[in-house]
Design a protein around this ligand. Structure first.
Ligand code: FAD
Length: 313
């Protein structure tokens, strides 16, 4: 379904992100998580694309498996770094002929073994140019073409210290034809609310989906910090984690509680969508849904529906 139709259906959309597994064992584990998350009836799920296209085939395979073996609507991520125009065109053709309706269009970062890579040497230097290429791709059977998502950074993208200029760059992506923005993960809702307000002031009026990632372990926190995603841990969260004395079970409870409170406030404030960075696991997301009062349905097409997760009448 085109993302514009998806986002019009619900007061708050819920969606999940997966990354393509690299081994049969991790694939089995992912599909166990997916079976549990499917019951939460997400509006869509998205599948990441490894740095520089390193998971090109794996991303495609997972997207196709989700499309053919589950009730989920998969949105592939696509990055233009280290790709030429023909490669992008080829990927778009494959997705169009497989009936994929939407793409999350990103510039991406060069892989670590390409430290000298220059973005200006790529066919598309910035994500806005990839959005234009997807918009002008005419192989999609939907008359509106692919629905297109782009990335937004509530705390700022690490490469652009000028926050005003950054919103102008985001507006360029929107003007190029993006249908929605999905944000980088953040832990302080006021950063998101301020970001949304700055977007609206700049004339960006497409839906903005909030990216939420529950902290579930100390190792995960360290990894997040080292990736320099442009998201900081607020002091109250760090203090709560500190009180756990390093127990991973307790850290997961703290992180899940924190993310639940973020979601509760976002929903109460009328957020258009919440996108969960699941890391291919289901427990934290299911716990958050349960605490939010978002009912799950044991039957995908059953009659047990929810208020929050229910298509608008
Ligand atoms: P752009 O929008 O092109 O912006 C990149 C930088 O360039 C920004 O600092 C921007 O301000 C600046 N800029 C933009 N236009 C101009 C201009 N005209 N002149 C000068 N500067 C400009 N990475 C992956 O590899 N795979 C994934 O699957 C993936 N999924 C993601 C999903 C989400 C929701 C998010 C938020 C990020 C994801 N990323 C992924 C990471 C993303 O690729 C990186 O953060 C990347 O550095 C920026 O991508 P972008 O699409 O925002 O780039």
């Amino acid at each position: 379904m085109h993302i514009r139709d998806i986002l019009e259906q619900r007061t708050t959309s819920f969606s999940f992100e997966f990354f393509p597994p690299k081994t049969p064992a991790s694939s089995d584990a992912l599909f166990r998580s997916i079976a549990e998350l499917e019951r939460l009836r997400p509006s869509f799920v998205s599948v990441t694309y490894g740095a520089g296209g390193s998971t090109r085939q794996l991303t495609h395979d997972l997207v196709m498996r989700l499309k053919t073996e589950t009730s989920l609507d998969p949105i592939p991520h696509l990055t233009c770094v280290c790709h030429d125009a023909a490669e992008i065109e080829g990927l778009l053709d494959r997705y169009a002929s497989a009936g994929i309706s939407n793409i999350l269009a990103l510039r991406g970062d060069p892989p670590i073994d390409r430290p000298d890579h220059r973005h200006e040497d790529d066919a598309y230097t910035f994500a806005s140019e990839l959005v234009e290429a997807i918009r002008s791709h005419n192989g999609h059977p939907d008359a509106r073409g692919f629905g297109i998502g782009v990335a937004g950074f509530p705390e700022g993208h690490p490469e652009c210290p000028d926050r005003t200029l950054e919103i102008e760059h985001l507006k360029t992506k929107v003007d190029a034809g993006a249908d929605y923005i999905c944000t980088q993960l953040f832990f302080e809702n006021r950063d998101f609310f301020d970001f949304v307000e700055r977007c609206r002031l700049a004339g960006i009026d497409i839906p903005i989906i909030a990216g939420i990632m529950p902290v579930t372990s100390l190792a995960g926190m360290k990894r997040m910090s080292s990736l320099a995603l442009g998201a900081r841990f607020p002091a109250p969260l760090l203090r709560a984690v500190d009180r756990t004395n390093g127990s991973n079970e307790a850290v997961a409870r703290v992180g899940t509680h924190w993310a639940t409170e973020q979601c509760r406030q976002l929903i109460d404030s009328g957020v258009e969508g919440i996108h969960f960075y699941t890391l291919n696991k289901s427990t934290a997301t299911r716990d958050i849904f349960a605490s939010l009062g978002v009912e799950t349905s044991s039957q995908i097409d059953g009659s047990t529906r929810t208020t929050t997760n229910e298509p608008a009448a």
